[in-house]
Ligand binder design. Structure first.
Ligand code: HEC
Length: 137
């Protein structure tokens, strides 16, 4: 009996740690995407400062490549569980990031750098508005 209990406890503990490891995996994957988002924003900014539209566009492409993880269910791993609005908010910011980054490419192609800069500001606003909310929640 004692042995059975030990085995049961052990397997319960193991199941728990597998779960924790999975959560950790998802979290670190999303955090990796966050760091790529930061790199993309830096690349866009550098491109803007050096007047390199190619570099700006490369940054946009990199940024858009990370948006899938904000749009999908995976984002729930890093959002507060008790906030049902958090998920909708994440999807909304992801679609805004899509919108303004598409607009940035259109502005660059049309030679409207002032509009591209405005798009950059709007992109950054999406990042900070989520970060501020998450910390307030
Ligand atoms: C929908 C919400 C949301 C949006 C939008 C968002 N983030 Fe995050 N970000 C988070 C959360 C949640 C964390 C983890 C915060 C924590 O646990 O301290 C995070 C963390 C980060 C980190 C730290 C990563 C690390 O290694 O710890 C960086 C860098 C970052 N975000 C960059 C960005 C950039 C750049 C953008 C915009 C292009 C962005 N984020 C948009 C939610 C968001």
């Amino acid at each position: 009996m004692k042995k059975l209990l030990t085995t049961l406890t052990l397997s319960a503990l193991m199941a728990l740690s597998v779960q924790a490891a999975q959560q950790q995996d998802h979290r670190s994957m999303l955090m990796k995407d966050m760091r790529i988002m930061l790199e993309s924003m830096e690349q866009i900014q550098r491109g803007g400062l050096y007047s390199s539209s190619d570099e700006m566009k490369a940054g946009v492409k990199k940024l858009q490549g990370t948006l899938k993880s904000l749009e999908g269910d995976d984002v729930k791993w890093i959002l507060p569980k008790d906030q049902k609005y958090a998920y909708q908010f994440a999807q909304k910011t992801a679609s805004m990031l899509h919108l303004y980054s598409d607009d940035m490419v259109a502005s660059i192609d049309a030679g409207r750098m002032d509009d591209a800069l405005e798009d950059y500001n709007q992109l950054l606003k999406q990042c900070t508005s989520c970060h501020i909310r998450i910390r307030n929640w």
